[in-house]
Design a protein around this ligand. Sequence first.
Ligand code: GCV
Length: 649
Amino acid sequence: MQPVRDLCWLTKQKKPGAFSTFSIASDGPLAKTIQREFPELFKGVTQVNGEASVRFILVNDAILGNEGFIIAKTTDGFTVHGASEAALLYGMFALHRLVNTDADTFPYLSVPDQHLRMLNHWDNFDGSIERGYAGESIYYENNRFRGDLELVRQYARLLASVGINAVSINNVNVKKLEAAFITNTLPDIKEIAGVFAAYGIKTFLCINYAAPMRVGGLLTADPLDLAVIRWWERTVAGIYAAIPDFAGFLVKADSEGEPGPFTYGRNHAEGANMLARVVSPYGGLVIWRCFVYNCAQDWRDRTVDRARAAYDIFKPLDGSFDDNVALQIKNGPIDFQIREPNSPLFGALEKTNQILEFQVTQEYTGQQRHVCYLVPLWKETLDYDTKHGAGAYIKNVIGTQSPTPANSGVSAVVNVGMDANWTGHKLAQANLYGYGRLIWDNSLSSEEIAKEWTRLSFDLSEEDAAKVATIQTASRAAYEDYTCPLGIGFMCKPGHHYGVDVDGYEYDCWGTYHYADREGVGRERSVATGTGYTAQYSKERCAEYESLQTCPDEFLLFFHHVPYTHVLQSGKTVIQHIYDAHFEGFAKVEKFIALWKSLEGKVDEASFLNVRERLEEQLRSAREWRDQINTYFYRKSGIGDEKGRLIYP
Ligand code: GCV
């Protein structure tokens, strides 16, 4: 039996009397969605203060662009103006948010900062989700389509309400059955894409680069081979015949065992452009991931630095990708750790469309058993000045300054599944909500977003709502404190990535080493004495990271190997910082528990129990992280805690 789904931040009907009627002078598919949604969203409302009607009006206004909208107060309600039905739909959801958070900031104008605002599903046809922590796939089960289009609709409305306009619906690691989606299952994909389209969301598929062989039976997938090109042309014609508004492909090539152009001695521009030219006549886009590195590294060989890989491969190709190709680049050079510097590709690529990739699903950040509100991390990346002082912000590199802004933006691996509350941990809903809100409006603060989510999700007094928002906004730092001192990540258990294992990856092939010895810890990536990775940044950033005097403390061990007695900019030694952060991180979780327990009876019971149970697991896990890391470094360094706290010998 289907569990009752949590309506998340669209639950609220608490503003009685906002509107009783609405009108829209348009009858396209999204206008129909508004007609359906409006009564559902504002149901139960009765007229108050004469504010009764909402009028949706299509206008042509350069300021609004295609997706922006303006909401104005009128004598008897509100008007929503926008240049497209999608804009009006966003306006409707914004109105719901504004009236339910008591905002009185009308006229309210909102234009998205990023064009492409996307979510990636890593869902497999068997129903499993790679790095999924909220149950099985909402699309698939047992190698067939679940066929629950009402569930997809509920999901689509959640996404549209925060401005998401694109999804990819299968895992980037494309196995045998999924590789044939592009030929065998088009009617099912069409149904899902149709539901998303009604909410202004475009659908992408991930493809296997060797599909011409694995699906088409050819002997090669060489992008320059004519038979391969013809196969893709026929296949793509079939896709567009079935789904005329199909958005395009997302491709993981030559990465972690996935096939790619390297097999045929071709570079990634040759590989991507071949596909781009095939989808171009239909207006399709090829999103090509830059997560390409050597995952069969010998830990003994210190000359290989995984952090360098994406830049080394893609920077020389800048300017050689077609207009309808976008490179999708993970925020950091390694892999979604709680603290990593930003990828040096941002700012280095000048003639290539770029999509910044985040991870909403909490693979390395507590797997939706720990509360870890990630908006502060994403915000830091968007606001990062690649030239340090020159105003070359990542949000502009992927936005207005992109060669083709319409083909650039932000993408993220999503955190939803079949769990009744969508995200496993109730508080993890704020990551999905916050992701959408932040990438639409890059100027929002993470605190504002946390407050907004809390107000929309619970009926609490201001004082109690502040407690929830405090847990959220303090949670990233807490998680970092007990898992990732000074930028050294990957001390997690190999494979599933949950829980602590300091040396779990130290002698493995994945290129994620901390190099702790009895003198010190950290990866030396300087030009002077290390792998030279710092040189991949602008000269301003390179100078900052290269020097021990200016390298920010939080990245120190990412860029440098230093003695345990090295004094940080904070004035503490490295070893004392490690001890302090781990004791403090654990204490923060204890505080979260006390705050949450004080909300018993004030939030709905299902949410209360869900979060309480997960916070208890978080505390157990944080204790393991604290004690194993503290003991590990105490044993390596032989230096005790200057505050005399218990470190197990
Ligand atoms: C989908 C990490 C994850 C993999 C994931 C990969 C990627 O390595 O652990 O599960 O594969 O990133 O982003 O492609």
